[in-house]
Design a protein around this ligand. Structure first.
Ligand code: FES
Length: 106
């Protein structure tokens, strides 16, 4: 079981039991989350900033490596459609990936 805290979305807490499920699917059950390419690793709109728990995330994928190389994914960022977690996590939605109809904290 893992707790996922959305730091700048009212510190919403999501509890998940499935260690293999992609984070994007978990997030979309609980809130709205940008995912322009539909979770295929072809954009970076599902990007999340990982504040705590990065050690709990699955390995960096080839898609993520490509965006790291292009400097579109920084060391504290991961693509929600590419990763799963086996432990607790605190994440934030980056400013450029915030949806206009949701209220984000600072
Ligand atoms: S939704 Fe496009 S890379 Fe994740």
């Amino acid at each position: 079981m893992a707790n996922i805290i959305l730091d700048n979305l009212q510190s919403k807490r999501i509890i998940t039991k499935d260690k293999s499920e992609k984070l994007l699917h978990i997030l979309l059950r609980e809130t709205d989350w940008m995912h322009a390419c539909g979770g295929k690793g072809r954009c970076t709109t599902c990007k999340m900033q990982v504040l705590e728990g990065s050690e709990n995330l699955s390995e960096i994928t080839e898609a993520e490596k490509k965006y790291i190389k292009l400097n579109k994914l920084h060391s504290d960022e991961r693509l929600a459609c590419q990763v799963s977690t086996n432990g607790d996590l605190t994440i934030r939605v980056k400013k450029e990936n915030q949806l206009p109809h949701l209220r984000y904290g600072k």
